[in-house]
Design a protein. Structure first.
Lengths: 357, 357
């Protein structure tokens, strides 16, 4: 890992720490950067192996709470090994699968546990995890969590905890182009149909109050979630964790983000990926259909999605009860102030969906 | 804050992050270090004010979970403003009192809530907070948490959470020379008598199973806790989070730690503070009386307490069921690997005291 610029691009401290990566590992990663023998991927996969071994040993000692946390940490660590490793498909896919396996190993030991649900849809399988708040009586409200370009369901764990503490169930899933679903379905212009399939499944669950299901999307999920809410009025509330109205900012995005878009589409030619696929990621045709309460949270210093994205929400979401919070000091997805912004989004959702006060 | 060495001494990242200080604030503190107009104390007190205001606003919106967290964060931030501010007694005491007030404001909104208990003892008051695990049926086991030289009950919050998740109640208190008790009673050679007074109080509580009360002490608490357990056989288990058998390392400690010892004694003359007071902080006279299970966790790279401290535990605690874990990569109190070591100590305590598996 000899290129400091490379390390700087990968080492997204705010995001990684807020998602649960321990600080000592970030320090070690920075130190390891000066070692040309160790690259980013190897470094984090070795950490994943270490946490996995520790988790298994801890499980063997019947310390389930610690074991669940360690195995989840192993999964998150593998996630960040591969998260922007777009140039090396083989290793990225290995990291992706390892992450999925480790999360599955952790799931039943998490508090509250995660139940893996596989939803068959048009010949593919939508994978997700349902977690129910402790002590819930009768059907509970639920928040569906959608990841971003390289963000996946395993990364949502800490945000799930915020939902659960507030009396909301959580369901995090991978849609087209994301995480393990990428192996079956690449990025498509109709993510919202997969969200609706998730809704169908959740409505069939007696634990969930089907009248109180919301959706939150992070980063590119800040496009998918409002599109899902606009196209399916069963969603009772929606939070865009970062505004992504369309991809008009694509050309000014960091190179690695652009590479990520190509990767997720599975199309190697930029122009071909762009037209018609990426160009069709646009809320304009459906914006007026959105009628539920929508919260948009955006950082003024977001280098991926500009403030113009926020303005487009304001101009176009004319039938929704729209609330916009632009954080003056916030970066992309306000990861640099996650400890303030994340609980606030969870509170907003709990207010709309009727969680615990 | 113009002296980089000063900032480096204060900016204990591992400890502060593991205790709950958000990473973005640490980054800001480091940036602020180049501004000669802003000192460490002012920087963190301003953060405390900000979190307090945000917490009050959040409480006004009936978001109690977030408000409790923010008000506690305000308290923790004020704690770290003053924690090593020994050279400026007036401001340190102001910070100390502000921290106490903010924690008290947070306590009833924490999940689970903290109940303030004031234990009258020999004309003074021992202040502490009791938290009970959710869903406990009948009397529950309890872990008494003791801070260190400049560590206080408010700093124990995250460790309390680890206990509570494992089915243990927690009781964190300030003893002689610590936190708010410092105003009434300075550092004394008989901390263990205050621990026993705490035990008397906990035994009177129907929520607590008096046969299953353990004690953990951190840093200098790694002296107080085993001394408490040695002198009062009602403690059913003991964890020394860092070995401090005696103060034979005093002369080689960092200058600011030595200043902290003087501060806590309230005696300004080094020689007078040392003899007989600090010299009497020695487990040797009571070590053989300890019979309960004792865990000692120590970092090989601890620059305050040497490995000789661990050896003394091994040689002298001959009647206890002693377990020693020396972490090869650990620093002082293994703060640089808190995410692994802290849950493990909580598991050990839960095993001995009969928490939830």
């Amino acid at each position: 890992m000899s290129d400091p610029a490379e390390v700087k691009a990968f080492l997204n401290r705010g995001r990684m720490l807020a998602d649960g990566i321990p600080w000592p590992d970030l320090e070690r990663a920075e130190s390891a950067a000066s070692d040309p023998e160790t690259d980013w991927f190897d470094f984090w996969m070795a950490r994943a192996d270490r946490y996995a071994a520790l988790g298994e040993r801890t499980l063997g000692e019947s310390h389930r709470t610690s074991a669940g946390e360690l195995l989840w940490l192993a999964s998150l660590t593998a996630h960040y090994a591969q998260y922007m490793w777009f140039h090396d498909r083989e290793r990225r896919e290995f990291g992706q699968r390892r992450k999925v396996d480790l999360f599955d190993r952790a799931a039943s030991h998490l508090r509250p546990p995660g139940e893996r649900i596989e939803i068959p849809f048009e010949g593919a399988t939508i994978p997700g995890y349902l977690r129910l708040p402790a002590g819930g009586d009768g059907p509970v409200p639920c928040c569906v969590l959608i990841g971003g370009l390289e963000g996946t369901k395993e990364e949502s764990h800490r945000f799930e905890d915020l939902c659960l503490e507030r009396g909301l169930a959580s369901f995090s899933f991978d849609g087209p182009g994301q995480g393990e679903m990428f192996f079956e379905v690449k990025l498509r212009p109709d993510f919202e149909r997969y969200s609706s399939a998730v809704l169908d499944e959740l409505e069939s669950r007696p634990e969930i109050d089907s009248g109180r299901i919301g959706v939150l999307g992070r980063s590119l999920g800040g496009h998918y979630a409002p599109k899902s809410a606009a196209c399916d009025d069963r969603f009772a509330a929606c939070c865009a964790w970062g505004a992504c109205f369309d991809l008009s900012d694509l050309d000014s995005m960091p190179a690695r983000t652009r590479a990520g878009f190509l990767y997720a589409t599975g199309i190697e030619d930029t122009a071909a990926a762009r037209h018609p696929l990426l160009d069709s990621l646009d809320l304009a045709p459906v914006a007026e259909r959105a009628t539920c309460p929508i919260l948009v949270v955006h950082g003024r210093h977001d280098v991926i999605f500009s403030l113009e994205q926020v303005d487009k929400f304001r101009r176009s979401m004319v039938n929704a009860e729209l609330e916009v919070q632009v954080e003056r000091d916030g970066d992309h997805r306000c990861h640099n102030m996650g400890h303030v912004v994340r609980p606030r989004m969870a509170d907003w959702l709990a207010d709309r969906l009727g969680g615990r006060p």
